[in-house]
Design a protein around this ligand. Structure first.
Ligand SMILES: [Zn+2]
Length: 263
């Protein structure tokens, strides 16, 4: 069994057996994967704090034939992101990004840009001064790298153009369709659509277009921000199949479900 190595970020983990842990990672080389870390819950575990949520580590692991769970043999911290676990607001934002990645990616689908965007999002959260906006922008960036990229230039139902330059009619975003719908289609849809003004739509398009290293230069206040927050909240709820946890998942150690996503 060849030993594999990859940079990885811990998305979530849960207790397993007496002293072990099953950890879900997003890795640079292999996308999302789950692995067993034997003895990870012992006082003097060889993994130390490398398997804490949000930590970026260098992971050594191997695949066991006929088992979807990898065996983790070593994890060395590359970037601890301590600040994300010490501040409730930052922790909440980081958990949203981690949960979103866990929910919208499939095991074994490679996505180095998703990995890099998640790392960039964690750094921006740790460095920045508006964690709620940073979380919003990085959720958009991460969605944009998956099959859940929000559709922002034509109606997802009839393909009519409804971008910011197509007249003055109020645009609507349909979370269950993953994008804009034109007024005619909005009227015919039974599910809830959310209004999105030209300013909010332009911000969404910029956030999708700008690279992760500059996306936090985007500023948003007032109605534009509130609208985009509502749209992304509703859409992320649809794509993850549930409401993501707010900031009250601190009991994760005692209650793995509070922090887990799809296990
Ligand atoms: Zn339409």
């Amino acid at each position: 069994m060849p030993l594999l190595k990859t940079p990885a970020i811990t998305l979530n983990s849960r207790k397993w057996g007496e002293a072990d842990r099953i950890v879900t990672f997003y890795t640079l080389r292999f996308g999302k994967l789950r692995g067993v870390a034997r003895g990870a819950r012992r006082m003097k575990s060889r993994f130390g704090s490398a398997l804490e949520p949000f930590v970026q580590c260098e992971l050594n692991l191997f695949e066991k034939h006929g088992d979807s769970l990898y065996r983790i043999t070593q994890a060395d911290i590359r970037e601890a992101f301590v600040g994300l676990r010490e501040d409730l607001t930052l922790m909440s934002g980081a958990a949203r990004l981690a949960n979103l990645v866990a929910a919208v990616t499939g095991e074994g689908d490679q996505g180095p840009r998703i990995f890099e965007t998640l790392v960039s999002g964690f750094r921006s959260l740790e460095d920045g001064n508006d964690p709620a906006l940073t979380t919003l922008l990085y959720q958009i960036k991460l969605l944009g790298l998956t099959g859940f990229r929000p559709q922002t230039d034509h109606c997802t139902a009839c393909s009519a153009a409804v971008g910011p330059t197509s007249g003055t009619v109020l645009r609507q975003f349909a979370p269950t369709s993953g994008g804009l719908v034109c007024p005619d289609c909005a009227r015919r849809r039974p599910e809830r659509c959310l209004p999105i003004s030209p300013g909010s739509l332009a911000l969404l398009q910029q956030a999708l277009r700008w690279t992760p290293d500059v996306v936090t230069r985007l500023k948003a206040t007032g109605q534009v921000r509130a609208e985009l927050e509502a749209v992304i909240e509703a859409y992320v709820t649809v794509v993850t199949g549930k409401h993501l946890p707010p900031a009250n998942f601190l009991a994760a150690e005692g209650n793995p479900q509070a922090y887990g996503t799809r296990d």
